[in-house]
Design a protein around this ligand. Structure first.
Ligand code: GTP
Ligand code: MG
Ligand code: ZN
Length: 347
């Protein structure tokens, strides 16, 4: 099957980068699946399976690559990414893993019921914002509690200011109607969430076919069996592209970049803090702590912000020598201040 480049998400920015790199006979293609040592790619010329040379590690589903020339095209280059969802690679000290590239919208899927966790949603939102990807929340399995819908929506909206929240179910026709306006020709949407929340079921419903394996039905069970084993880009024709992903066990923040956007309510409150770099801990005149005391901000949300911030900042420092130096300077200044304070008291 061949597809027009526009249907695969081609943009003017990509076109410009491609022209800079193209050699005679080369053409662009989009990575649609990753395998051990190989990837699948879709192009106007057709579909290809390509070995990934050692020099081209770090490719992700959604990446645009340059292929060519000849009958058996080779992978020549990766085009710069417009956006990338990046996490701290599971089980590694400090290494990034790109979950999906060139994505326009991240559907953060969670199931109504026991899987629902405001703290986990905050983490997903931070990762989306950090990658320059607009998020939307999908509360799936609405069939479990149709009359409680208002309560679930409110709980999600409380941790996701400025983010669309959609309730859905794959059990009946029309259960995904509210997702349709989020799809569009050439737009790439990725589904992220824990195993068992129904990501692949949603993909199948939107595709209108059982293209993807889903877990067999087990009543009231969100533990997940990790049914989807690899990331895969699916084509919805003039409704754009969908990337199904395996359920994530861990989603470690790679950097602090997305935190301000994910906690815009807290950031707005922090304008009133006495110190610009207030950590909203024990500092005097902290407007955020005051908001918690006055019941205007959830204490758990503040704690979550502090925890995510610590985690991401520590990781940034581990890999950034200049940040290590700055921390060293801060420490030296603190030691000096303590010594001075001691001298003053001794006098
Ligand atoms: N009650 C209910 N069950 C659903 C709904 N959507 C999916 N399920 C069920 O939830 C289970 C998991 O669905 P999957 O689509 O495989 O979940 P997934 O998120 O893709 O899981 P992984 O691939 O493991 O990450 C299956 O048994 C589905 O039948 C829904 O809207 N309501
Ligand atoms: Mg799946
Ligand atoms: Zn403060």
């Amino acid at each position: 099957m061949t597809t027009a480049l526009d249907d695969l998400g081609w943009t003017e920015a990509l076109d410009a980068s491609f022209r800079e790199r193209a050699v005679h006979g080369a053409f662009p293609a989009r990575v649609s699946a990753m395998h051990q040592g190989a990837c699948d790619a879709l192009a106007a010329e057709g579909a290809f399976r390509l070995p990934i040379p050692p020099s081209r590690q770090g490719l992700a589903v959604g990446d645009w690559v340059v292929l060519g020339p000849g009958d058996l095209p080779r992978l020549l280059a990766r085009l710069p990414r417009g956006s990338a969802l990046t996490r701290q690679a599971a089980g590694r000290a400090t290494a990034p893993q790109v979950l999906a590239a060139n994505v326009d919208l991240a559907l953060l899927v969670t199931a109504i019921g026991e899987d629902f966790s405001p703290r986990r949603l905050e983490r997903y939102l931070a990762v989306a914002h950090a990658g320059g990807v607009r998020p939307a929340i999908v509360l799936n399995k609405l069939d479990r509690d149709p009359s409680g819908i208002g309560r679930w929506l409110r709980q999600a909206e409380d941790v996701a200011p400025d983010t669309p929240v959609v309730a859905a179910t794959t059990l009946w026709a029309g259960g995904l109607d509210d997702l349709e306006p989020l799809l569009a020709r050439g737009r790439t949407v990725v589904l992220l969430g824990s195993s068992g929340v129904g990501k692949s079921s949603i993909v199948n419903m939107l595709l209108g076919e059982e293209a993807v394996a889903v877990a067999p039905i087990r009543e009231r069970d969100d533990t997940g069996r990790h049914t989807t084993s690899h990331r895969q880009l699916h084509q919805l024709g003039d409704r754009g592209l969908l990337i199904d992903t395996p359920g994530l066990r861990e989603l470690g923040l790679w950097d602090t970049a997305g935190l301000d956007a994910a906690f815009s309510d807290l950031v707005a409150l922090a304008e009133g803090c006495r110190f610009r770099d207030c950590t909203h801990g024990d500092e005097p005149e902290c407007a955020v702590v005051e908001a918690v005391q006055a019941g205007r901000l959830d204490a758990d949300r503040l704690e979550s912000w502090r925890q995510l911030r610590r985690e991401a900042a520590a990781r940034e420092m581990l890999r950034d020598p200049s940040a290590q130096k700055a921390a060293g300077r801060r420490m030296a200044k603190m030691i000096k201040e303590v010594a001075e304070e001691r001298r003053r008291r001794g006098r």
